[in-house]
Write a protein that binds this ligand. Sequence first.
Ligand code: ATP
Length: 259
Amino acid sequence: MTDIVLHGVTRSFRGRDSEITALDGVDLRIEPGELAVIVGPSGSGKSTLLDLLAGLDIPTSGQIRIGGEAINGPGLNRGVVFQQYALLPWRTAQANVELGLEANSASKAQRRERAREHLDLVGLADFAGHYPHQLSGGMRQRVAIARSLAFDPDVLLMDEPFGALDAQTRERLQEQLLDIWQRTGKTVVFITHDIDEAVYLGRTVTVLTSRPGRVRETVEIDISERASREDALRRPEFAEHRHRIWTLLHSAPEVLGVG
Ligand SMILES: Nc1ncnc2c1ncn2[C@@H]1O[C@H](COP(=O)(O)OP(=O)(O)OP(=O)(O)O)[C@@H](O)[C@H]1O
């Protein structure tokens, strides 16, 4: 299991006549095997943070270490799932999952077997031969998750992965993600706008301030004995955490109109 450490991470973008600081001095530690949720107002640098973790972008200053190693680019120790499915339309679900395995040295038969296993893990074993246009939005996103898990990354990075889905599908996938997380023990970083989703999924929820994004607070989500979703949502701790995060988000300067 792998930890993630951000130390003084700043990312600025040069605009036409000014500089935009998306993230400013972010310090964060995510424990090995943790499901860490990041929330923040629009423009607080959540996607920028995920791109930096994925190695798709590099910080202007500061350092990111994953499993003790400095991040300087993309790597097979990290799987990424974006809001849009990013599946290749001309490949079947099976072939899309195999795609993630083509970069490592597995044989064709091994790739086929691993892709099957992971389609099974997301409940899509019967849809292996279907093309993306034959699948619902939720199914496509499950294929994308299977693809990211198939090459067995240490860390799963998810940028609003359920944001484009209807409420019922979203709830089903949240439950499936918790199940996969418990079964695989991966370190997961999950970005969302949705406070209920954050509290339901997160074992920690880190709240960012509005631009420039800084860590406002990391809230430990401590909900005992979650027998089911309904049970978790009914607990007084759920309401307390929800209220705490709502308050942290809404006391941001942007919302008060003073920043
Ligand atoms: N490549 C870029 N060039 C210039 N500015 C950028 C670039 N990428 C992000 N930004 C700016 O950085 C800030 C943070 O953007 P980012 O997309 O990370 O925020 P976010 O919290 O993910 O927002 P949202 O919740 O709306 O998706 C924004 O002001 C955005 O305009």
